[in-house]
Design a protein around this ligand. Structure first.
Ligand SMILES: CSC[C@H]1O[C@H](OP(=O)(O)O)[C@H](O)[C@@H]1O
Ligand code: ADE
Length: 312
């Protein structure tokens, strides 16, 4: 079927949504363009869909950039996701706020399958096989990562999640995501160890996505939806893909309503500074400029110039 949408979009797009397992598109919105940007770090996981969302306060259409993390058909394994291209492409479109969606295993009794979690911390259990920084090859940068998610954005997301509660949505306001390498699920010993570490939920996608968003001065918050109890709970079946997909599918309407409510809220003028991530603006000018100007490689300057045309 032919899609009569354009392949360009002329105004900056400030809000991005990254869809994960079971959330490969955002239905129910007006689709206005399909973009296929390239970056010095390659092409993103999927074409970027630009959708229009009417601001509840001004009535004006607000553009949103949607990207499917694992590709349009879930053809990319977690370690194959081109995270740098994804974040760089979104940033150059103007994106300064990202809502990222993820299907997670629960490591806590109280986080039941289909519950939502707004995580505030991450423990890195990836294995160093994924490219994880924009600052290398002749330009060193060190960004603070104490709060891997944006606390201001988290507040908005929590409020929206709670507004849907009682209507099939159950929300946990905080939690620690264990981000494992995969693609195999954890052993039972690992799963039990993660519980001892204080892990709330587990996935394979929070990193390096969150690190790169931070380096790109983007306010980033993940919304997790629990799909299973991993393999630590004696009385439950061990996690399988069918279980993850089944729960994701059964609850996808709530996931979409949740994302819709967040977009609705973020489209209000009162959140303009947050959406533009004004609180991060300029931070990488210093944190990303550790290497003396005379020692920076031409290639790194060119690549980082793509991300930050005004800084280096
Ligand atoms: C299909 S089960 C494992 C898979 O599901 C999660 O994906 P996403 O975070 O993109 O929703 C998890 O991170 C794994 O990639
Ligand atoms: N148990 C699990 N482990 C890792 N990633 C997941 N995504 C959904 N369930 C998961």
């Amino acid at each position: 079927m032919a899609h009569h949408t354009t392949t360009t979009y002329d105004s900056p797009i400030h809000i991005g949504v990254i869809g994960g397992t079971g959330l490969q598109s955002l239905t129910g919105f007006t689709h206005v363009a399909t973009l296929k940007p390239t970056t010095p770090w390659g092409t993103p996981s999927s074409p970027i869909s630009v959708i229009h969302h009417d601001s509840p306060t001004s009535g004006k259409p607000i553009p949103i950039a949607f990207l499917s993390r694992h590709g349009l058909h879930h053809e990319l394994a977690p370690h194959e996701v081109p995270n740098r291209a994804n974040i760089a492409a979104l940033r150059t479109l103007g994106v300064r706020t990202i809502i990222a969606f993820s299907a997670v295993g629960s490591l806590q009794e109280a986080i039941k399958p289909r519950d939502f979690v707004v995580p505030d911390q991450i423990i890195d259990r990836t294995k160093g096989v994924r490219p994880f920084t924009f600052f290398e090859g002749g330009m060193v940068g060190h960004v603070g990562f104490a709060d891997p998610f944006d606390p201001k954005l988290a507040k908005v997301v929590q409020k929206c999640g709670h507004s849907l509660e009682g209507d099939g949505v159950r929300l946990h306001d905080s939690g620690t995501v264990i981000c494992m390498e995969g693609p195999q699920f954890s052993t039972r010993a690992e799963s039990k160890m993660y519980r001892q570490w204080g892990g709330s939920v587990i996935n394979m996608s929070a990193l390096p996505e969150a690190k790169l968003a931070k380096e790109a001065e983007i306010a980033y918050q993940m919304i997790c939806m629990s799909t299973d109890y991993d393999c630590w709970r004696e009385s439950e079946e061990d996690v399988t893909v069918e279980m993850v997909m089944g729960n994701m599918k059964a609850n996808s309407e709530n996931a979409r309503r949740f994302v819709g409510a967040v977009l609705n809220e973020l489209s209000k003028e009162e959140h303009e500074d947050l959406v533009l991530a004004k609180h991060y603006e300029g931070s990488m000018k210093f944190a990303g400029g550790v290497t003396a100007a005379s020692g920076r490689s031409e290639e790194a300057k060119k690549k980082l110039g793509f991300l930050f045309p005004d800084y280096f």
